[in-house]
Design a protein around this ligand. Structure first.
Ligand SMILES: Cc1cc2nc3c(=O)[nH]c(=O)nc-3n(C[C@H](O)[C@H](O)[C@H](O)COP(=O)(O)OP(=O)(O)OC[C@H]3O[C@@H](n4cnc5c(N)ncnc54)[C@H](O)[C@@H]3O)c2cc1C
Length: 501
């Protein structure tokens, strides 16, 4: 092993990179985080327009009551003080409009069942079975309960090999209820007959326990983690684009930056999408079969978002998330062909303060494939041309027309709006084709679509949403799995459990 200045270079400062940076620097490793953007955070980045801050990839989080899983992790990560939260409506944090009818998910398992029971009076038993099975799946995962483990067992194989729609069909044969239970599928870009049950179960279990917005922007998470990393002696560099992971005959020795600088490190963790990571490695240590397997993996769909600033005191603050489906089959959201009208979307107000009366801003997110913006693929942010601007404006106007059907008059309350497309995400996070959640897990190919934190190079590891799972919880637990390669998983669990609020 060489004796370089850094024990570990972490490539990228998305949530996964930052959590690894925190855990490892706290444990005495000399870490250097390298980020290509001016701003750290990846999907935790925010941007300011018209005096309002907009989130880009972290809108609501769950399980933040004292003792719940994310609260315990935030406590360990020293985030509780810096990240202010506002609780979403307990009687309906998610509201669904499906084929013209409305339904609500309420917080807490009992209230969740009671509330949906009102809409499905003959199906209480199905609802009880559904929540029982969600709890069973979540309880069966040692890591999601911070239980010590013999090896990195993550979830029971059955739930990896069953699709969400089959799982839901096994708890109820009522078609309408099946669609309601799958209603928040944009949270994981679920695909019928493909997405494994555990993804749905862990996410729904997470939010049913309690659901929250982050007051004032998700960049607070990134900033707080960065401050901690600095306080533990770690270093973070922005404007540091990595172009190559350099290897000798047996291992990685460091990274090359876009300006030619070489940074040496004993080990490397890549928080960059696995397909982009291996594209940066020329070494024979990455064999063709591995390269092909990783490159052949499909990615989840991308999105088009409209960021809205409301006129002052014009729109009452909505303390819930609104999922819209034009027809009664929520899975048909995936059938979108290029240029189709918008038939489903997610609409969320942003939280600026506790107890808010009026909304300052909101975001409206719809699916969009990269092929719809393919013709501008060779352009970069801010230099994509007038036809791209016209495309974005026409798309946004169409979105707002569709929004107006559910919220009559809302257009009159809008002062400004901004938009992003799959190209925006591609260029800000380097995720393939602007994919929202990275590689699609497929119950038909369970092992092939799970990317390990280990690579074919002994001192190169991966972290981020393509390892384990996406989202605040999936990525944080994935980071623990990556850091376990250096410290052992049970030591990390001990540390988390031992940290005092
Ligand atoms: C629209 C949207 C909404 C979402 N909403 C939620 C939500 O409400 N709740 C939730 O829990 N999750 C949500 N998510 C998911 C969540 O944001 C992600 O799963 C998570 O933040 C991904 O973290 P990551 O560690 O994989 O890194 P990423 O965020 O993908 O970051 C990767 C980092 O690597 C950097 N990088 C890439 N290439 C290079 C290079 N060559 N050199 C240097 N640096 C490089 C990038 O600039 C970036 O900073 C959402 C995601 C999206 C897209």
């Amino acid at each position: 092993m060489s004796n370089s200045k850094y024990d570990i270079a972490i490539l990228g400062t998305g949530l996964g990179g930052l959590v690894c940076g925190y855990m490892l620097s706290k444990n005495g490793f000399k870490v250097l985080l390298l980020e290509k953007n001016p701003q750290i955070g990846g999907c935790l980045q925010t941007f300011k327009r018209f005096g309002v801050k907009f989130d880009t990839g972290m809108h609501y989080i769950g399980s933040m009551l004292d003792g719940q899983i994310l609260h315990r992790l935030f406590n360990y990560l020293h985030l509780l003080e810096d990240v202010k939260l506002s609780r979403l409506d307990e009687s309906g944090y998610d509201v669904f409009s499906i084929g013209g009818k409305q339904y609500r998910y309420a917080s807490g398992y009992e209230q969740f069942v009671d509330t949906l029971h009102q809409a499905f009076p003959k199906h209480r038993k199905d609802l009880e079975k559904y929540v029982r099975r969600l709890k069973d799946i979540a309880d069966a995962s040692p890591l999601y309960n911070l239980r010590k483990v013999e090896d990195n067992v993550f979830i029971d194989a059955d739930y990896i090999k069953t699709s969400i729609n089959d799982f839901i069909a096994s708890v109820t044969d009522n078609y309408e209820l099946q669609n309601v239970l799958a209603g928040n599928l944009p949270l994981y870009a679920g695909v019928k007959d493909k997405t494994p049950t555990y993804i749905h179960a862990l996410i729904n279990n997470f939010y049913i326990q309690s659901a929250w917005r982050i007051i004032g922007g998700s960049d607070a998470i990134a900033q707080s983690l960065a401050n901690s990393i600095h306080s533990f002696g770690g270093e973070i560099r922005t404007h540091a684009e990595i172009t190559e992971i350099v290897c000798d005959d047996t291992r990685a020795v460091g990274v090359r930056l876009a300006d030619g600088e070489f940074v040496e490190a004993n080990s490397i963790i890549s928080n960059i999408h696995p397909q982009a990571t291996i594209a940066m490695i020329q070494s024979h240590l990455i064999r063709k079969a591995y390269r092909t397997r990783i490159n052949d993996l499909d990615n989840t769909i991308a999105n088009f978002t409209v960021y809205i600033k409301f006129k002052e005191k014009a729109t009452p603050y909505l303390n819930y998330n609104y999922y819209y489906y034009e027809n009664d089959d929520v899975w048909s959201a995936n059938d979108r062909r290029d240029g189709d009208p918008l038939r489903s979307y997610l609409f969320m107000h942003q939280s600026a303060e506790e107890g808010q009366q009026w909304a300052q801003s909101a975001e409206m997110i719809g699916y969009m494939r990269f092929s719809e913006v393919q013709r501008w693929a060779d352009t970069r942010v801010g230099h994509r041309g007038e036809d791209y601007k016209a495309f974005k404006q026409a798309t946004a106007e169409h979105y707002l027309d569709v929004l107006e059907r559910s919220f009559p008059g809302i257009r009159n309350h809008i002062e400004y709006y901004e938009t992003s497309s799959p190209l925006t995400y591609r260029d800000y996070t380097a995720t393939k084709d602007g994919s929202m959640y990275g590689i699609i897990r497929d119950k038909n190919f369970p092992t092939q679509t799970l990317v390990s934190q280990r690579t074919k190079i002994p001192n190169l590891f991966m972290t981020g949403q393509n390892i384990n799972s996406h989202g605040i919880l999936g990525v944080t637990i994935g980071a623990a799995l990556t850091c376990a390669e250096f410290m052992g998983l049970n030591k990390i669990i001990d540390e988390i459990e031992g940290s005092k609020p």
